[in-house]
Ligand binder design. Structure first.
Ligand SMILES: Cc1ncc(COP(=O)(O)O)c(C=O)c1O
Length: 321
């Protein structure tokens, strides 16, 4: 594709001070890192290009995954750009809002009535049998995910000039938060920053093992009862009974002296419409969990603390073809 540099990972998303939200929420220094500006509208673009290029390099002709939609849209997009086939498994009962886009990207969609985690395991076996490159979380290729999301930390430090005191990130599998934490930790080891920010993780009370483990002060990630979790249109990207990078995310919460909190569907909708009104950004309700979590947990008396909320996706998804 013209203008797309194979060497260059997607990224360099907008970063700005959210002065209107500061006033609305009585916060001193609030910044937005807007991952929704990516090519297919979510942070997944950071890792999809890396996986597609790695798959090509290793000689695969097909890349596969299980997804709640956003990652599938991203992988299928980059697969189409770089001439690979893609096979995307989506839980049949999900809203499937991005299925037509995934099909337009030339992917084969497998709609299977199983829970997301069961589909990840199913695709793991199927990819092995069919010699497809498995880009689902928790696969042999998943180290790339952490590398991809480390870029968000590097950009925040470059854009702000130093590390903020807090970074807030929504949690599903925990990969995004774990990757950003890893980026900050590496910069600290190299002496680029003095201190790693405290991480604020947020997810749905409909089911997320990372927040559930943190609330019980567990050091080892627990799994939830699959029959007890409940997906809704708002919570789909975050709901899980098993979080594939959950242990890494949980470690990051403890090591950074951070915290985790639940954000209800109603709060996701309320904070996403506040972001739209205040900052003219249309974001996915699930990604507004990061702002809701800040508003619910931050101590206003801590003057001059810099808080970065990572908004992981835009809501008015426009297609890329
Ligand atoms: C828009 C959006 N935000 C947040 C997440 C959660 O990210 P992670 O699974 O890396 O914790 C997802 C995952 O699909 C997502 O699509």
């Amino acid at each position: 594709m013209e203008g797309m540099d194979e060497e260059e990972p997607p990224g360099k998303t907008p970063f700005f001070r959210a002065s209107n939200l500061e006033r609305a929420l009585n916060l001193k220094k609030l910044f937005i890192k807007f991952e929704g500006a990516g090519l297919t509208g979510t942070q997944k673009d950071r890792i999809s290009k890396l996986h597609v290029l790695r798959a090509k390099e290793k000689g695969y002709d097909t890349i596969s995954l299980a997804t709640c939609g956003n990652y599938g849209a991203s992988i299928s997009y980059f697969a189409s750009i770089y001439g690979m086939k893609s096979v995307v498994a989506v839980p049949g009962y999900y809203a499937g809002e991005r299925n037509s886009e995934i099909r337009r990207n030339g992917a084969e969609i497998l709609e299977v009535d199983r829970k997301y985690e069961d589909l990840v395991e199913y695709m793991r076996v199927r990819s092995n049998d069919e010699s497809w490159y498995d880009s689902s979380p928790g696969s042999v290729n998943s180290e790339l995910d952490i590398e991809g999301y480390e870029g968000i930390a590097h950009e925040i430090v470059a854009q702000l000039g130093h590390a903020p005191q807090y970074v807030s990130v929504p949690l599903g599998n925990g990969t995004t938060l774990a990757g950003i934490f890893s980026g900050f930790e590496k910069m600290q080891r190299k002496g680029v920053i003095r201190k790693v920010p405290a991480f604020i993780g947020s997810s749905t009370p409909n089911g997320n093992p990372i927040v559930a483990s943190w609330k019980r002060r567990r050091k080892t990630l627990m799994e939830l009862d699959p029959s007890a979790i409940r997906e809704t249109k708002a919570s789909e990207p975050l709901v899980a009974y098993r979080s594939y990078d959950g242990q890494k995310a949980l470690n990051a919460l403890y090591r950074s002296n951070g915290l985790a909190t639940y954000v209800s569907d109603e709060e996701m909708y309320r904070y996403s419409s506040l972001i739209e009104k205040a900052e003219m950004l249309s974001v996915l309700p699930a990604s507004a969990a990061s702002l809701a979590a800040v508003d619910k947990t931050i101590n206003r008396r801590l003057e001059n603390r810099e808080i970065v909320v990572v908004l992981t996706g835009r809501s008015k998804i426009w297609t890329t073809q």
